[in-house]
Design a protein. Structure first.
Length: 437
C-alpha cells in the first residue's frame, strides 16, 4: 500500500470525551432539531441498533483509504464511541477536537453538516483561532454544538482581543499565557502568578480566570453542558504534579524560571534561588527576593502527594469546565476524584471533560504494551515505506507481537513518541470504544 494513497497528517482528529460515564453528567439540550438521539434511554435497542448500522456503513470498505474514506472512518469511530457511551449513560457527552471539516458530510467543509455525527455531540474544540475557524465554530454553536478554542495568549492585548472575538461569536476561548499576562493582575491580587517564562506556556498550569480575560464570567451556576459554560480551563498535562521525588533528587534541572514555568515560587525560608537568563532572574529577585522553593513545598504538600495536590488545586479553581486528561500517571481518575472536581468552590456544578486521543497512539496510555516500544529510542515501533510500499511494523521488525494497526509517526518533527494507528482496524476500535478486550 502506497503512503501517498493512504494517510495524510491533516486528516487526523482527536476526541475530548469522558473516559468513563462518571466523568460526564447531565442530559444535554440541543436546538434546531439536532441531537435527536442524545436523550434516548439505553434500553431503546432499535435506536442503538440503527445507529450502529449507520456506523458500519461509514466504516465501509476497509481498503478504501481515499480522503473521503478516511474521513468517514474517523466519523464512524467518533460515533461508535459516543453510541457505546450513551448506551451506558444517556447523559455522556462527546466533544471532538480539530479537523472541523469532519462535521460535514464526507469530511468536506463545502458539504452540509453530517447530522448522523452531530446528533451525538455536545461541542467541538480546536487548537487554532483564525477567522475561518471562528466562523465555523460559531455556526456549530448556533445548532447547539458549543465551539471552544485554545491558542497562545502572549500579551494582554491578544488576550483581550481574542476574548472579545469569542464572546461576540458565543464561543469559549482559553489562552496559553505568558509571563506578562500571568503577572498582569499585580502582586497581591487574585490571579497574579510569579511566572517569568517569556513565551506562552502549554497545558500544565492551573491559573485563575482573571489573567485569562474571563474573570467577569466567574459564576455559581450549575454547568451541565458546554452550552452552559461561560469559561473553561484547558489543561491536558499533569506532569507538573508528577514524580516530585525526582525534583528533590535533581533540583538544579528545575530552577530555570524561564523554561520551567511555575515550578519555582517565592517562599520565605525557601532553599533555592532562581536560575535562567540574567535579566529574567534579576527581575524575579527584584520582585520577590532570593528565597524560593518548589511550588508544592510552598503549598505545604509532601513529595508523595502530587496526585492529591493535582485534584485539590483543580477543584479549588473557579472554572466552569475542565478539559483534562482522564489519567494521572497512567492511572485513571477515580469516581470520587471526578466528583470532587465537579463542585465549584464558589457554588454550582462544573463540567469535567476528559481528553483522549483517538487518532494517535501515546506511550502513557493503558494499551502501550512493552512489545510495541523500541527499547533503544523509547518510542513506538512503527511501519515504514520502502520503494513506495508500506511495510507494517510486524514485518519490519520480524515480531508478530507488534500490532499491525501501528503505522508511522503522527507528526513531523515533534511528538516523536506518538504514532498514527489504522483507526478503523478492529483492534484499535476495540481499544478506544471498549478499552481493549
Amino acid at each position: 500500500m502506497k503512503r501517498k494513497d493512504f494517510l495524510k497528517a491533516f486528516t487526523l482528529t482527536a476526541a475530548a470525551a469522558g473516559a468513563a460515564p462518571a466523568l460526564i453528567a447531565g442530559n444535554p439540550f440541543f436546538a434546531n432539531g439536532f441531537n435527536r438521539y442524545a436523550n434516548r434511554i439505553p434500553g431503546d435497542r432499535n435506536t442503538l441498533d440503527d445507529l450502529q448500522a449507520i456506523v458500519e456503513a461509514y466504516y465501509g470498505d476497509p481498503d478504501d483509504v481515499s480522503e473521503v474514506g478516511r474521513a468517514r472512518k474517523m466519523q464512524a469511530l467518533i460515533m461508535e464511541l459516543a453510541i457505546r457511551a450513551k448506551g451506558r449513560n444517556p447523559g455522556f457527552q462527546v466533544i471532538p477536537q480539530d479537523t472541523l471539516q469532519y462535521a460535514h458530510i464526507n469530511g468536506n467543509a463545502e458539504n452540509p453538516y453530517d447530522k448522523n455525527l452531530l446528533d451525538l455531540l455536545a461541542g467541538w474544540g480546536i487548537e487554532n483561532f483564525s477567522p475561518t475557524t471562528v466562523a465555523r465554530l460559531a455556526k456549530l454553536t448556533e445548532i447547539g454544538i458549543k465551539g471552544t478554542a485554545n491558542t497562545n495568549g502572549s500579551t494582554l492585548q491578544v488576550v483581550a482581543d481574542n476574548q472579545k472575538i469569542a464572546a461576540d461569536n458565543n464561543l469559549l476561548w482559553h489562552p496559553r499565557l505568558s509571563a506578562e499576562v500571568y503577572q498582569s493582575p499585580g502582586k497581591g491580587n487574585p490571579g497574579y502568578m510569579p511566572i517569568y517564562s517569556p513565551s506562552s506556556n502549554s497545558y500544565n498550569i492551573i491559573h485563575h480566570p482573571i489573567p485569562a480575560g474571563v474573570g467577569h464570567t466567574i459564576n455559581s451556576n450549575d454547568v451541565n453542558t458546554m452550552m452552559d459554560a461561560k469559561n473553561y480551563l484547558y489543561m491536558l498535562s499533569s506532569g507538573k504534579y508528577s514524580n516530585w521525588a525526582a525534583w528533590e533528587a535533581d533540583p538544579a534541572s528545575r530552577l530555570d524560571i524561564s523554561t520551567n514555568a511555575g515550578y519555582l515560587v517565592p517562599f520565605k525560608g525557601g532553599r533555592f534561588q532562581p536560575t535562567g537568563p540574567a535579566d529574567v532572574v534579576a527581575k524575579a529577585i527584584a520582585d520577590h527576593g532570593t528565597e524560593w522553593d518548589f511550588f508544592w513545598v510552598a503549598k505545604g504538600y509532601k513529595q508523595d502527594e502530587g496526585r492529591k495536590a493535582y485534584i485539590e488545586q483543580l477543584a479549588a479553581s473557579e472554572w466552569d469546565a475542565f478539559y483534562i486528561d482522564a489519567h494521572f500517571n497512567m492511572s485513571a481518575l477515580t469516581k470520587d476524584e471526578v466528583e470532587t472536581l465537579k463542585r465549584k468552590p464558589q457554588g454550582g456544578r462544573r463540567l469535567v471533560i476528559a481528553y483522549l486521543s483517538i487518532g494517535t497512539t501515546e506511550l502513557y496510555r493503558w494499551f502501550a504494551d512493552p512489545v510495541m516500544v523500541d527499547s533503544g529510542t523509547g518510542n513506538f515501533m512503527h511501519g515504514t515505506v520502502e520503494n513506495g510500499t508500506f511495510i507494517p511494523a510486524r514485518e519490519r521488525f520480524w515480531d508478530m507481537g507488534i500490532p499491525n494497526w501501528m503505522l508511522w509517526p503522527a507528526y513531523a518533527g515533534q511528538y516523536a513518541d506518538e504514532m498514527t494507528p489504522i483507526w478503523w482496524h478492529p483492534e484499535w476500535r476495540d481499544i478506544i470504544v471498549r478499552g481493549g478486550t
